[in-house]
Design a binder for this molecule. Structure first.
Ligand code: SAM
Length: 291
């Protein structure tokens, strides 16, 4: 009989799913996270006509249906997010980083922002609301916001721009809600003026980034924490090549480039930290937030 882990999940089944998940997304499921399998995969039981994780693994082994496999693996990813998450970085973006980038790009009249791992859209829409305000002071300027995620399910929700009361209650200031959302029954819909500012695309951080142009500002927040050290290093190195020399790069509040890359300066501003490519040290852009 094969070994079981605390709950009723067999070691071999846990290892099988863990391996698939890592191949699919780079996300490393640690020992002790067996409960996650049951919590996140049991909602798929009825659809897959199985009653246990063991039966699900058996089906995955037997049936190479790529869509089904992807659905199972995406269900294991953490997509926790909310509007203006951790607020401080958004304050720095609004008051310092974006105004300075706008000024630096005045001649070009164009700015590009990439939100990698955007989950269900709250992060890029938060940026879009800030940019929308700033654009009033920069008529004629265009700002492209590209938001990507590995999971079709998240992107579908993000594109729809529909959020329940509990979701808009998390982090979204009331004046922003009133101004940029319309309530239909018990759902709040992002207004078209904000929705059309964001282009959502599917992108696996470990896959091809073709079609994603170099950006002036990159947000890659709360996703590296799920990767192993080498994978984090690889993604940060790719990000360095994708951010403009005088641009800025943001990680989540509990994440850092320390120990992963020597290619960025850490810039502290108030309670937020952001990263700037080292080669950009002598440039004037963002000088205001350099400490
Ligand atoms: C915790 S959410 C973070 C959302 C948002 N950035 C924030 O900070 O609120 C992590 C997201 O990373 C996505 N993700 C996980 N692995 C990925 C990969 N290899 N490529 C792209 N996205 C990935 C998940 O689908 C999920 O939506």
């Amino acid at each position: 009989m094969s070994a079981t882990l605390g709950s009723s999940i067999r070691r071999a089944d846990f290892d099988y799913i863990r391996e698939l998940l890592k191949e699919h997304s780079g996300v490393a499921l640690e020992d002790g996270k067996e409960y996650l399998l049951e919590v996140r995969l049991s909602p798929l039981y009825a659809e897959m006509k199985v009653e246990t994780i063991a039966e699900m693994v058996e089906l995955l082994r037997r049936d190479q249906n790529a869509a089904m496999r992807e659905r199972v693996l995406n269900s294991l990813l953490t997509n926790e997010t909310y509007f203006f998450r951790d607020i401080h970085p958004f304050e720095v973006l609004r008051t310092e980083v974006l105004p300075e980038l706008f000024a630096a790009r005045a001649a070009k009249g164009h700015l590009r922002i990439w939100s990698g791992a955007c989950s269900t859209g709250q992060e890029p829409y938060s940026i879009a609301m800030i940019v929308n305000d700033l654009l009033e002071k920069f008529p004629g300027f265009t700002v492209e916001i590209v938001a990507t995620d590995i999971a079709d399910e998240n992107l579908e929700r993000a594109r729809a721009g529909k959020y329940c009361q509990a979701e808009v209650n998390r982090g979204l200031p009331a004046p922003m809600l009133i101004r940029h959302f319309t309530k239909k029954a018990d759902i709040w819909e992002v207004n078209e003026s904000i929705r059309r500012m964001v282009a959502f695309r599917k992108l696996n951080l470990f896959g091809s980034w073709s079609g994603i142009d170099r950006a002036d500002l990159i947000l890659l927040r709360n996703v590296l924490i799920y990767f192993e050290q080498d994978a984090k290093k690889k993604i940060i190195a790719r990000m360095r090549r994708h951010v403009a020399e005088d641009g800025a790069f943001l990680l989540g509040a509990s994440e850092t480039v320390l120990g992963l890359s020597e290619e960025f300066h850490i810039v502290h501003s108030g309670k937020a930290s952001l990263y700037r490519p080292k080669a950009a040290e002598s440039m004037a852009v963002l000088g205001g937030v350099r400490r």
